[in-house]
Design a protein around this ligand. Structure first.
Ligand code: BGC
Length: 657
C-alpha cells in the first residue's frame, strides 16, 4: 500500500476519523490525498465552496422511477451517467444509493428508495452501484439500517425483531453489497435502542463479519453522538467535521476504552479508500447532451401505465387539452439536483411527438397550484369541447421530502375535484401522476380511462411522458410498491411511533406480503404495469440442479402487433411452513424485449436463499423440507403459471418436523 498507518502520528490518526469539513476527508497535514464526498442518488448535488452554490448537473429520474423500470441495465446506465458528472466536477464518492424498505407510503424519502421488496431493492441497487463504480467513482450504500420514515428520524428507535430485520430490512443491503460499494452509510436512528452509529452488532458483527464488507463505514451527517463509542463499534468515518469528535476519541483512548489497534483498524479502511480514489481510472464517456438522453431513456423505462381502458393510449389524435400542474423534477432534500437543462413545455413535447395528427392546447383555467383552482367553470367548458384531456397532478419537492413525512396519501382536494369534474364532461381523461410514492387513487380512478404514473422523472420527464402518450415509446415500467386502496389499509396506517420508539409490529408483513396475508384488495398491486403490447405466459419448467438449486424457465409471447418489454416475476411460496411466512415472496424477475408476435424463453435461477427463512433458534437461514410452489406472474396479483417442487434435504440438516 502507498499510504501506511505507520507513517501517521496518533493525533493524525484520530483526526482522520472525522471529516475535515462538510464534504472532505482529512489529509493528515497534507500526507494524504483529499477525498470529496457528495450527494446523491438522482444526480450530483455538489457544493461549490467558491461560488457558494450547488453545481449544476444532470437531473436523472428519482430512484422510484429507476425501481419501477425493473431493469438492471437501466439502473447501471443511471449510475454510470451520474458518475460522469462526478468525474467532471471532482466528486470522488457519490452518497447513494439508499435501499431502505418502503414500509409506509408516508415516508418522506420514499422517492429516494427502491421498493417495499428487499430482493427488488437490492438487485437494482447492485446494478446502480456497479454502474457508478465502473467509472472509478465510489458509492455509499445507505441508510444502514431500518430508517423507514422521516418522522423523528434522528431519535426515534426502530424496534424490530431479528427475523424481520434479517428477512426484510437487511437483505437489500446484503444483495447490494455484492457490488462492493466503497462505503456504507449508517443511519441516524437507534435500532432496538442502540444508535446505528454505535451498534456493534449491526456494524461489526453483521456488516463487517457476516456480510464481509471491506470498505469504509461512514456515519450519516451528524449521526454520531459519542465518537469513541462509534469507533469502538466499528464506524470508520464520522461526517461531517464536528468540533468535539477528536476530543471524544482522545478521551476514550486516554481512559483506556479505545486501543491504538482499534484506531489503526479504522484508519486502515480510510487509507484503502484513498488508494481506490487515486488508483481507479476515471474516464468520462458522455457529453452533457448524452447524459440528458440517458435521463430520458431511464424515464422511458420507469414510467408505469396503471390503467388504459379502451386503449385510449397511445393517443390517436384530435383536439387535446392539457390541464393541471407540473412539478416533476424530484423530491426534496439532499437528493434534489440542480440542473441547467431548459425543458420544452409538455405542450411542445406533445405537439412534436404527436405530429400532425393532434392539436394540443393548454387550458388557461384550472389549477394554478396544487392547492388552488382558477376559473374552474371555464376549465370544464374547455374540457367538454375536446376529444381528450390530459390532467397533470401529483406532489412536489415540498410535499415529498427528506426531513418530514407526508400527512396523507391522497391528492389535494383541488386535484381530486379537477379530475372528478373533468371526468363528468369528458369521457377520455388521461391522468398523469407526478409523485415519488404511492397515491390513493380510489376517489377518482373509476371515473377516468387512463392513468400514467410518471413518478419524479427528472429533467427528461416531459419528453418521456409525451413519447409514451404518443406511442413513440411503449411503456414497460411496473410498480415497485403497492398502491393501496387507502392509508388505513397499509401495515402502519397513520401511526408513526411515539417519538421514542417505532415498533415494527407487522413483522415480515410489509408491502404485498401484508396485503396478501390479510387478503386486502388494492388499487394497483406490486409488480403491476401495462404495455401497449399484450403478453402470454406458457410452458413452465422447473429443473432441479441440486436439492436447493433450481432453474425455472417459461415462455413469454408477445401476442400483439407492437414490440414491447415485459417484466415477468417469479414468486416462491412455502406451502406448509413451521413458522408464519408470507403467502409468497419475489425471488426472481426479468425484463425481456419481445418483438410483436414473437416468443422468448426466460430462465430464472433459484437457490437455497429463495426458499429459506431466518430461524431465530437456529441463528441461521434455514430451508425446511416440504412442498414449495413456484408462481410466475405479470404482477404479484396476476399469476399466470404455477408449478410445484419438493425439497428433501438430508435428515441431519433438518429439525424434526
Ligand atoms: C442525509 C443523507 C445525505 C447526507 C449528506 C443526510 O441528512 O440523510 O442521505 O447523504 O445528509 O447530505
Amino acid at each position: 500500500m502507498k499510504y501506511d498507518v505507520k507513517n501517521l502520528t496518533l493525533e493524525e490518526k484520530m483526526k482522520l476519523l472525522t471529516g475535515k469539513n462538510s464534504w472532505e476527508l482529512e489529509t493528515a497535514n497534507g500526507k494524504l490525498p483529499s477525498v470529496f464526498l457528495s450527494d446523491g442518488p438522482h444526480g450530483l448535488r455538489m457544493w461549490d465552496a467558491e461560488k457558494r452554490e450547488t453545481k449544476k448537473a444532470t437531473a436523472m429520474p428519482n430512484i422510484v422511477v429507476v425501481a419501477n423500470s425493473w431493469d438492471r441495465e437501466l439502473a447501471y446506465l443511471d449510475g454510470a451517467t451520474i458518475a460522469d458528472d462526478c468525474i467532471e466536477k471532482g466528486a470522488d464518492v457519490l452518497l447513494a444509493p439508499g435501499v431502505n424498505i418502503k414500509r409506509t407510503p408516508l415516508c418522506g424519502r420514499n422517492f429516494e428508495y427502491f421498493s417495499e421488496d428487499p430482493y427488488l431493492a437490492g438487485t437494482l441497487a447492485k446494478a446502480y452501484i456497479e454502474g457508478v463504480q465502473s467509472k472509478g467513482v465510489g458509492t455509499s450504500l445507505k441508510h444502514y439500517c431500518a430508517n423507514n420514515r422521516e418522522y423523528d428520524r434522528f431519535y426515534q428507535s426502530s424496534e424490530i425483531d431479528e427475523r424481520t430485520l434479517r428477512e426484510i430490512y437487511l437483505p437489500a443491503f446484503e444483495i447490494a453489497l455484492t457490488a462492493q460499494p466503497w462505503t456504507v452509510m449508517c443511519s441516524y436512528n437507534p435500532i432496538n435502542g442502540v444508535w446505528a452509529s454505535e451498534n456493534k452488532w449491526l456494524l461489526t458483527d453483521i456488516l463487517r463479519n457476516e456480510f464481509a464488507f471491506d470498505g469504509v463505514i461512514v456515519s450519516d451527517w451528524g449521526a454520531v453522538h459519542n465518537s469513541w463509542k462509534a469507533v469502538k463499534a466499528g464506524l470508520d468515518l464520522e461526517m461531517p467535521y464536528r468540533d468535539k469528535a477528536y476530543e471524544e476519541i482522545k478521551d476514550g483512548y486516554e481512559k483506556g476504552y479505545l486501543t491504538e489497534e482499534e484506531i489503526d483498524a479504522r484508519v486502515q479502511k480510510i487509507l484503502e479508500l484513498m488508494e481506490k480514489v487515486e488508483n481507479d481510472k476515471k474516464v468520462v464517456a458522455t457529453t452533457k447532451e448524452e447524459r440528458h438522453e440517458n435521463a430520458v431513456k431511464v424515464a422511458h423505462g420507469g414510467i408505469v401505465l396503471l390503467k388504459n381502458e379502451d386503449n385510449l393510449l397511445p393517443l390517436k389524435g384530435g383536439n387535446i387539452l392539457l390541464n393541471g400542474t407540473l412539478e416533476y423534477m424530484g423530491g426534496g432534500g439532499s437528493a434534489f439536483v440542480q440542473t441547467d437543462y431548459k425543458p420544452r413545455s409538455l405542450k411542445e413535447e406533445l405537439a412534436s411527438a404527436l405530429g400532425e395528427r393532434a392539436r394540443v392546447s393548454v387550458s388557461n383555467f384550472g389549477m394554478n397550484s396544487e392547492l388552488s383552482l382558477y376559473g374552474a367553470r371555464n376549465a370544464y367548458q374547455d374540457a367538454y369541447e375536446k376529444d381528450a384531456v390530459i390532467l397533470c397532478v401529483g406532489n412536489n419537492a415540498h410535499i415529498e421530502s427528506e426531513s418530514h413525512d407526508r400527512a396523507g396519501i391522497r391528492l389535494s382536494c383541488t386535484q381530486e375535484d379537477l379530475i372528478l369534474n373533468t371526468a363528468k364532461v369528458n369521457k377520455n381523461v388521461i391522468v398523469v401522476i407526478f409523485a415519488g410514492s404511492a397515491i390513493d387513487v380510489s376517489p377518482w380512478v373509476d371515473k377516468v380511462k387512463t392513468v400514467l404514473f410518471a413518478g419524479f422523472s427528472g429533467e427528461g420527464t416531459l419528453q418521456a411522458v409525451a413519447d409514451i402518450i404518443a406511442g413513440k415509446v411503449n411503456p414497460s415500467g411496473k410498480l415497485s410498491e403497492t398502491f393501496p386502496l387507502c392509508l388505513s389499509d397499509t401495515p402502519t396506517g397513520d401511526t408513526r411511533g411515539d417519538g421514542f420508539v417505532d415498533c415494527y409490529q407487522e413483522g415480515v408483513f410489509v408491502g404485498y406480503r401484508w396485503y396478501d396475508k390479510y387478503e386486502k384488495a388494492v388499487a394497483f398491486p406490486f409488480g403491476h404495469g401495462l404495455s401497449y403490447a399484450s403478453f402470454e405466459y406458457s410452458d413452465l419448467e422447473i429443473c432441479k440442479k441440486s436439492e436447493t438449486d433450481y432453474e425455472v424457465s417459461y415462455t413469454v409471447t408477445n401476442t400483439s402487433r407492437v414490440d414491447g418489454k415485459e417484466v415477468s416475476q417469479v414468486y416462491v411460496r412455502d406451502v406448509f411452513a413451521m413458522v408464519t411466512r408470507p403467502n409468497k415472496e419475489l425471488k426472481g424477475f426479468e425484463k425481456t424485449f419481445i418483438k410483436a408476435g414473437e416468443s422468448k424463453r426466460v430462465t430464472i435461477t433459484l437457490n437455497a436463499r429463495s426458499f429459506a427463512y431466518y430461524s431465530i433458534p437456529l441463528k441461521k437461514w434455514y430451508v425446511e423440507n416440504g412442498d414449495f410452489e413456484i408462481l410466475v406472474g405479470a404482477s404479484s396479483r396476476d399469476i399466470r403459471l404455477t408449478g410445484k417442487l419438493k425439497i428433501e434435504l438430508p435428515e441431519n440438516e433438518q429439525v424434526t418436523h
